[in-house]
Design a protein around this ligand. Structure first.
Ligand code: C5P
Length: 238
């Protein structure tokens, strides 16, 4: 059964062999997992089918952004893979987001599955306010852009957005408690942050009220990934 709050492990591995040997360590639980561009483009759609067949829920993180008809047709195909959650860029416009939803519903109906949750990326965390203003000529603060894109996402009928835990409260305030926030950037105090800049612990993410946390290296690079996963679950879900 899919929960409305969960810990999603980011499967940022270079290939299928590394990914499956990581998943083989989980003998008791079937974690919700995120498949991103590297694995999907390297291994093709078969990797999604294979992990799905093992019983995992899948967030397919491909961040689609194109003309509405192209996104609609692409989403129809992704829905046939049986993914549980996927995403688009909110910058693609409300029309594009609506087209994505239609495509997902069509694909799901064709294979008799419930439609995947669709969420949107507001601003990538790698985009600084300075670059957004000077390079992209967006004349607003990054927070105002995030809130506006989240409101557009809600208006298009999507389930929620990807954002940092620190933005989740702002998004919930603007779009309502039911509007989902899916948040990466999770780290324990004292552990290395690697390339993440603004980070939050699982317990703080729980306190903030985010719905899903996406956790990569704190679990995948741990000496005992299963124990690390259980601790994150206990701290976020417990
Ligand atoms: O290893 P780590 O916990 O930093 O992994 C976080 C995951 O979330 C990675 O797959 C990363 O690409 C993704 N992500 C992110 N920040 C965003 C969007 C996605 O860290 N704004």
């Amino acid at each position: 059964m899919e929960k409305n709050r969960d810990v999603i492990i980011a499967l940022d591995f270079k290939d299928k062999a590394d990914t499956l040997s990581f998943l083989d360590r989980f003998t008791e639980e079937k974690p919700y997992v995120k498949i991103g561009m590297e694995l999907f483009y390297g291994e093709g759609p078969e990797i999604v089918r294979e992990i799905k067949a093992r019983g995992h829920h899948i967030f397919l993180d491909l961040k689609l952004h194109d003309i509405p008809m192209t996104v609609r047709k692409a989403m129809r195909n992704l829905a046939r893979l049986g993914v549980d959650m996927t995403n688009v860029h909110a910058a693609g416009t409300i029309d594009m987001m609506k087209a994505a939803l239609e495509g997902l519903a069509e694909g799901a109906a064709e294979c008799g599955r419930p439609a995947a949750k669709l969420i949107a990326v507001t601003q990538l965390t790698s985009t600084s306010e300075e670059r957004m203003q000077k390079e992209l000529l967006i004349d607003a603060s990054i927070n105002d852009t995030i809130v506006k894109y989240a409101q557009n996402t809600k208006e298009a009928g999507l389930a929620g957005v990807v954002c940092s835990p620190l933005e989740a409260a702002m998004v919930k305030e603007a779009c309502g408690r039911e509007f989902l926030t899916v948040t990466p950037g999770i780290r324990y105090p004292g552990a290395g942050v690697q390339d993440q800049v603004r980070v939050t612990s699982p317990a703080d993410a729980k306190e903030i009220g985010t719905d899903y946390i996406v956790v990569g290296r704190p679990i995948t690079a741990a000496e005992d990934p299963v124990a690390a996963y259980r601790k994150v679950c206990a701290d976020f879900l417990g």
